[in-house]
Design a protein around this ligand. Structure first.
Ligand code: NAD
Ligand code: UGA
Length: 433
């Protein structure tokens, strides 16, 4: 099977490399010359564990390559995946589909009969219809199908998620598209992965419903964490107590500084917009978005409160900037709001992140970027763990105490036990405990 991946970002590069690893021949295309040049030079433009080795071995086997030139590869393709970005449209929260539609326009004259165009980007219901219309308009005699195959991988665990998915959703309106996608994913079905076939529209909506439901679980446990703090219960016990009910499930019940990332924030907004457009308002999702926005803003104040409200000439060490561990992605990271609140209060912020420093520099300025955790903590009045990187799980607290002006640890990811931290002479503030 010859596959072309349009868009070589987090999803396109991981999916392309995994498809190649399954044995398909894959060409990843991007408009960003620096990305393609880096890949052709053997460099991976993003941080994703295991991706460098996977790309290297598949390039070496001749099954994976990269190009800026779609005209050189599209005429041979059996399946063309669209994996371009669908960010929030400024102003109304609707998904910005301009990259998807531009990709459809560009590919239309170059496709061959029998090709299946597969949308892997997260797109609102009906986008597949529009992609089909664009291709038909530009190339009326072409025989082709348009399918939806939303992606459920998480950054930081992307390769494992892709290769061992709970399910693969295939949204098709014709048998040919179904047969081609079955063939693309056949290596996975050998591992008993579920392939769920449904209509294109159902597949498009499934992706948003999944992300909105996961975001709901997180906002729910974050509110329960707030209540725990008031009533004197430990949210970890409550999460375990409810999560062990298989109808609820234990995952995505970790309280924290609010969800961020390239997807939950924008996808919940886009789903709300779809609900409005179709006259079926989604009040639960609306509340989830509001709870999360408020939470991200409240976290900086939580730090200030932990310091006793005194912000004069104070310095805070921030450990972690990315929206979660094992990624360099800063999109909608809670760190952005936390830094803003601290800086607005006149606090100096010293920060360190194992992989996110470069991406952060493009998003947050006015910080002192530090060499490591201990450098960040030097002279600080409080240390805040924002991201659950492994590097922050076993800090040398004795060394930290020597460096800090005040041994106060605000642990927004609940990485530590209160007794352990207090044993080292620290004050400890966590989430929902
Ligand atoms: P990204 O921004 O990392 O990558 C998108 C890439 O597409 C960019 O490199 C851009 O240059 C390229 N591009 C845009 N238009 C192009 C065109 N016409 N031709 C060639 N290349 C083009 O985005 P991402 O995080 O990979 O997300 C892609 C889609 O997948 C989004 O819809 C997102 O919601 C969805 N998704 C993302 C994740 C994730 O973990 N990041 C997971 C599941 C689904
Ligand atoms: C999420 C989904 O988990 C993927 O299934 C989906 O494919 C992807 O969005 C997408 O559509 O792009 P991702 O954003 O990479 O993946 O990361 P998650 O692990 O889901 O974390 C998202 C945010 O929720 C992070 O800020 C994380 O810290 C937070 N989170 C997650 C919690 O606060 N608590 C939890 O229990 C889980």
């Amino acid at each position: 099977m010859r596959i072309v991946m349009i868009g070589t970002g987090y999803v396109g590069l991981v999916s392309g490399a995994c498809f190649a690893d399954f044995g398909h021949h894959v060409t990843c295309v991007d408009k960003d010359k620096s990305k393609i040049d880096a890949l052709l030079d053997g460099k991976i433009p993003i941080f994703e564990p295991g991706l460098d080795a996977l790309v290297e071995s598949n390039v070496a086997s001749g099954r994976l390559d990269f190009t800026l030139d779609i005209a050189s590869v599209l005429p041979e393709a059996d399946a063309v995946f669209i994996a371009v970005g669908t960010p929030s449209r400024r102003g109304d929260g609707h998904a910005d589909l301009s990259y998807v539609y531009a990709a459809a326009e560009e590919m239309a004259p170059l496709l061959r009969d029998g090709v299946v165009v597969v949308d892997k980007s997260t797109v609102p219901v009906g986008t597949g219809d529009e992609v089909e219309a664009i291709i038909k308009r530009t190339n009326p005699s072409l025989e082709f199908s348009v399918a939806s195959n939303p992606e459920f991988l998480r950054e930081g665990a992307a390769i494992n998620d892709f290769k061992r998915p709970d399910r693969v959703v295939i949204g098709v309106n014709d048998d040919h598209a179904e047969a081609v996608l079955q063939e693309v994913y056949r290596p996975l079905t050998r591992n008993d992965a579920q392939l769920l076939s449904m209509s294109r529209r159902a597949a498009e909506l499934t992706k948003y419903a999944a992300n909105a439901f996961l975001a709901t679980k997180i906002s729910f446990i974050n509110e329960i964490a707030d209540l725990c703090e008031k009533v004197g219960a430990d949210v970890r016990d409550v999460a375990k107590g409810i999560g062990s009910d298989s109808r609820i499930g234990a995952r995505f019940l970790q309280p924290g500084p609010g969800y961020g990332g390239s997807c939950f924030p924008k996808d919940t907004l886009a789903l709300l917009k779809t609900g409005q457009d179709y006259g079926a308002p989604l009040q639960i999702v609306d509340s989830v978005v509001q709870v999360n926005n408020r939470r991200k803003l409240a976290m900086g104040q939580k730090v200030i409160d932990a310091m006793g409200g005194d912000t004069h000439s104070k310095t805070v060490a921030l450990l972690g900037l990315t929206f979660k561990a094992n990624t360099d992605d800063m999109r909608d990271s809670p760190a952005i709001d936390i830094v803003k609140t601290l800086k607005d209060a006149g606090i100096t912020v010293r920060a360190y992140d194992p992989e996110g420093m470069d991406t952060s520099k493009a998003v947050i300025d006015g910080l002192t970027y530090c060499e490591n955790s201990y450098d960040a903590m030097t002279g600080a009045d409080a240390t805040v763990i924002v991201t659950e990187w492994d590097a922050f799980r076993a800090l040398d607290l004795d060394r930290a105490k020597e460096l800090l002006k005040r041994p106060l640890l605000v642990d927004l990811r609940n990485l530590y036990s209160r007794t352990d931290v207090e044993k080292h002479g620290f004050e400890y503030v966590a989430v929902g405990r």
